[in-house]
Design a protein around this ligand. Structure first.
Ligand code: PLP
Length: 438
């Protein structure tokens, strides 16, 4: 195969990774443990098992470097479209007149349209195995809710989604996808939980935040005494990062096929999972001196947890029900402005990504919404793919680096994660094109 001219590097089904890569034992320092908010003592696994499946709690704290992917999970990942292609953005390179080679991992081709089913499938499977009958969760713009609804459909479980009210009203189509997969969707703050009622009483027009929706989903889980309802989170936690490493392991195989070495690996960061997914396997290699790749994490400047947040213990939710996590955070009460990249509007950052950023191994950048949409449109008008506004952050960084290469004449290899398509985010593109974006 002549990869000098190829447009996409594809893998056979049997080349899909057989295990998840766990970065915990390779981190430059031990992660500070999650703390119980009532006692400030490290949380015990048994306490977490009240809301999460046992196997997921085990993975959250595991010291094993690799964790085998169960056969049923592999089959489901194959069915939803893995392995995903690594595409060469030749038309974008030509448009930029850059000597750099730009590749992107296309995670938007599956039925849900983002990277999120990679962990949704694993989480639903382990829960089903342990007898869980329903999963409760939160969702912002709806990508995570869609992925978990899809995964619960596959394993015959109920799915209860608390969707941030502003998205519930402005973005009805992902809600409809969740309904189509059989899930129940509640606008959050809702009147079906005590915390939701409290928020509504204090502020009847509250637009909702991820922090509030998480509190509501957890309340639903802890108030079901049967123990058959569990909670599921789409980012931030170690086990979510773990499941997403199928992305980077595939990229490593794909780059090797094309005889390429990445100089830059780029991902957008909300809670950190798609970035962790594409970068952790290659960070594993860098920590062993096998590459000198730079890892760029891109966030919106309106929710700049990595570039401007403090690195300290904070709650994952607004009510303060979740354990305290050591992470880069804007503070649990931070309400980010309603940008179109809803998946990046979270006050905190994964503890693993936060630690790597504090050590300089991950390099954060922030961009504003207008320059991000400009990059997204340039991508649509060269590669023909309308990207998610979240992914457009990664595209913007890739374009900037490619333009630096044009100045310096360097032939760098740039790889970014296209975490999802933007076909349900068209209103944002329309606003940008009409010059109405702030
Ligand atoms: C949810 C989402 C993100 C942000 O979440 P991470 O956990 O940081 O990956 C990014 N892109 C898309 C398309 C998403 O759906």
């Amino acid at each position: 195969m002549d990869y000098d001219k190829s447009i996409k590097i594809i893998l056979d089904e049997n080349e899909m990774p057989k295990s998840f890569y766990n970065i915990l034992p390779d981190l430059p320092a031990r992660l500070d443990p999650p703390l119980d908010p009532r006692t400030n003592e490290p949380v015990k696994g048994a306490d977490l098992e009240a809301i999460f499946a046992k196997e997921l709690v085990r993975q959250e704290m595991s010291g094993e470097s690799v964790i085998a992917i169960p056969g049923e999970v592999r089959e489901a990942l194959l069915r939803m479209g893995r392995p995903s292609p690594l595409m060469r953005a030749r038309r974008l390179e030509e448009k930029l007149k850059t000597p750099a080679r730009i590749y992107f991992k296309h995670e938007g081709l599956n039925p849900c349209g983002s990277h999120k089913p990679n962990t949704a499938i694993a989480q639903a499977f382990y829960n089903m195995k342990e007898g869980t009958e329903a999963l409760a969760t939160e969702t912002g713009a709806g990508q995570w809710g869609t992925a978990l609804s899809y995964a619960c459909m596959l394993f015959d479980m109920k799915c209860e989604v608390f969707m941030v009210k502003s998205s519930y009203e402005q973005k009805p189509y992902r809600k409809m996808m969740m309904h189509a997969y059989g899930a129940t969707v509640h606008a959050s703050p809702s009147s079906i939980t005590e915390y939701g009622r409290k928020v509504l009483a204090a502020s009847p027009g509250h637009p909702g935040t991820l922090g509030v929706a998480i509190s509501e989903a957890i309340e639903m889980v802890v108030s079901d005494n049967s123990g058959k309802t569990k909670y599921s989170l789409g980012s931030v936690l170690n086990h979510v990062m773990l499941h997403q490493t199928v992305i980077g392991q595939e990229v490593r195989t794909q780059l090797a096929k094309a005889d390429e070495k990445a100089d830059y690996v780029i991902g957008c960061v909300g809670g950190g999972s798609n970035f962790a997914g594409i970068s952790f396997p290659l960070i594993h290699d860098r920590l062993r001196g096998k590459n000198d790749t730079r890892f760029i994490a891109v966030e919106p400047d309106s929710c700049p947890s990595l570039t401007k947040g403090e690195y300290r213990y904070d709650h994952g939710d607004t009510a303060g029900m979740t354990p305290l996590l050591k992470m880069h955070t804007m503070g649990k009460d931070f309400i980010p402005s309603p940008i179109h990249a809803g998946g990046l509007r979270y006050h905190g950052m994964a503890p693993t990504v936060s630690l790597l950023a504090s050590r300089g191994i991950v390099e954060p950048r922030a961009y504003n919404q207008n320059e991000v949409f400009e990059a997204g449109i340039m991508f649509a008008r060269s590669e023909g793919i309308i990207p998610a506004p979240e992914s457009s952050h990664a595209i913007k960084a890739a374009i900037d680096i490619a333009l630096d290469c044009k100045k310096s004449g360097e032939q760098k290899t740039i790889v970014f994660n296209l975490s999802g398509h933007g076909l349900l985010d068209l209103a944002g593109f329309e606003q940008y094109l009409e010059g109405k974006m702030r």
